[in-house]
Design a protein around this ligand. Structure first.
Ligand code: COA
Ligand code: MG
Length: 297
C-alpha cells in the first residue's frame, strides 16, 4: 500500500443519539466533518424503532448538505442490524459498523449494501463503511485483515469501552490518566491496520467532554502518531478536533520547503535542510500534508 489516503479526510465525526430530536437539530451547526447518527449504544433498545424513523427522516431532510451523514448501525450479529438497514433508503454517506470480529464482517455488510443500493435506486458503491475494529476480543487478532476487503472501506476506528467490558476489566486508564496496556495496544493496532489497508485512521472519543484541554492534548498526540481524525461526542469538542487535524501554517511551509528542495535536486534521494537529513519518508510525509491541506481548503 502506498499510504496515500484516497477519500476526503474526516477530521471530526460527531456522534448524535438517533432518538434525540433536540440533539439532531443542534448537531447541524456543529461544524463537524461528519455526523454519526447513532442507532446503537447511545439509544435505549426501547427507543431503537423511533430512532430508525427519526434518522431516516433526517437523512431525507438533509439531501443537500456540506457535511457527511453517517449512521452507526447495530452489530451484524444482531437482528437489530437488519432492521437498521431500512435507513439505507436515505442515502447516508456511510455506515459505522460496531463490534466487528474481522474484515469478513465488512465484506458481509458490503454485499448487503450492493443489493440495497440497487433496490433503492442509489449510486452503486456510494455508501462507505467504517468498522470499529477493536471492540471484541477476537477483533484484536484480525486488525491487519482489512486491506482489500471492500472498496467501501473508508477507515478504521477503535473503541476502549467495549473491549474493556468484554475482558471483564474495570477500567481503561491507568492512575496517571494514560490509557492502560490493553487500550494502548488496541489504539496502535487500529493505526497500523488502517495504514496497512491504505485508509483513514480515526481515534476514539474523549469521554470527559467538560475537559477541553485534555481533549486538545489527546487530539494533538493522536495526529502526531498518525491518526487522521477523531470521534466526538459533544458539539463543544468539534472545533478543537478540527484544528488538531488541520495542517498548521508552519507544517505547510515546512512541507513546501521539503518538496521544493527535492524538486531542485532531481535524482537525489537524500539531502540536508536546516542541518537535518531528509530522505524519501520525509518527502512522502511533506506531500501528504500538502495534499491534506489542499483537500481541506
Ligand atoms: N449532538 C448534538 N447535540 C448535543 C450533543 C451531541 N452529541 N451533545 C450535547 N448536545 C447538545 C445538548 O442537547 C445541549 O443542547 P441544548 O442546550 O439545546 O439542550 C447542548 O448540546 C449542551 O449539552 P450539555 O448540557 O453540555 O450536555 P448534555 O448533558 O445534554 O449531554 C451527553 C451529554 C454525553 C449525554 C451528550 O453529549 C451526548 O448524548 N453525546 C453523544 C453520546 C453518544 O452518542 N455516544 C455514543 C458513542 S460513544
Ligand atoms: Mg460501544
Amino acid at each position: 500500500m502506498s499510504g496515500e489516503i484516497s477519500r476526503a479526510p474526516l477530521r471530526s465525526l460527531l456522534f448524535v443519539p438517533g432518538d434525540s430530536e433536540r440533539k439532531l437539530l443542534k448537531a447541524e451547526a456543529s461544524g463537524a466533518d461528519a455526523l454519526i447518527l447513532d442507532l446503537e449504544d447511545s439509544v435505549a433498545s426501547s427507543r431503537t424503532a423511533i430512532a430508525r424513523e427519526l434518522v431516516l427522516e433526517y437523512l431525507h431532510a438533509h439531501r443537500q448538505r456540506d457535511f457527511q451523514l453517517w449512521v452507526r448501525i447495530n452489530p451484524l450479529s444482531t437482528p437489530a442490524a437488519l432492521l437498521d438497514l431500512a435507513i439505507v433508503a436515505g442515502a447516508p454517506d456511510g455506515l459505522m459498523l460496531p463490534k466487528v470480529d474481522s474484515a469478513a464482517d465488512v465484506a458481509r455488510l458490503a454485499n448487503m449494501l450492493d443489493a440495497l443500493e440497487v433496490r433503492d435506486g442509489l449510486a452503486f458503491g456510494g455508501i462507505a463503511i467504517l468498522p470499529v475494529a477493536t471492540e471484541t476480543p477476537a477483533s484484536l487478532f484480525t486488525v491487519g485483515s482489512y486491506a482489500g476487503c471492500s472498496p467501501r472501506l473508508a477507515g478504521l476506528t477503535w473503541g476502549a469501552e467495549d473491549i474493556t467490558a468484554a475482558l471483564g476489566a474495570s477500567s481503561n486508564r491507568e492512575a496517571n490518566g494514560e490509557y492502560n496496556h490493553l487500550c494502548t495496544l488496541a489504539r496502535t493496532l487500529c493505526l497500523t491496520g488502517a495504514a496497512a489497508a491504505g485508509v483513514q485512521s480515526i481515534d476514539t472519543i474523549w469521554a470527559d467532554f467538560a475537559d477541553i484541554d485534555g481533549l486538545a492534548e489527546e487530539a494533538r498526540q493522536a495526529r502526531q502518531r498518525g491518526f487522521t481524525g477523531k470521534l466526538a461526542i459533544h458539539p463543544g469538542q468539534v472545533e478543537v478536533i478540527n484544528r488538531a487535524f488541520t495542517p498548521s501554517a508552519e507544517e505547510i511551509a515546512w512541507s513546501q520547503r521539503v518538496v521544493q528542495a527535492f524538486e531542485a535536486s532531481p535524482g537525489v534521494g537524500t539531502l540536508g535542510l536546516d542541518g537535518k537529513m531528509l530522505d524519501m519518508p520525509h518527502l512522502k510525509q511533506a506531500r501528504r500534508i500538502l495534499s491534506t491541506a489542499r483537500i481541506l481548503a
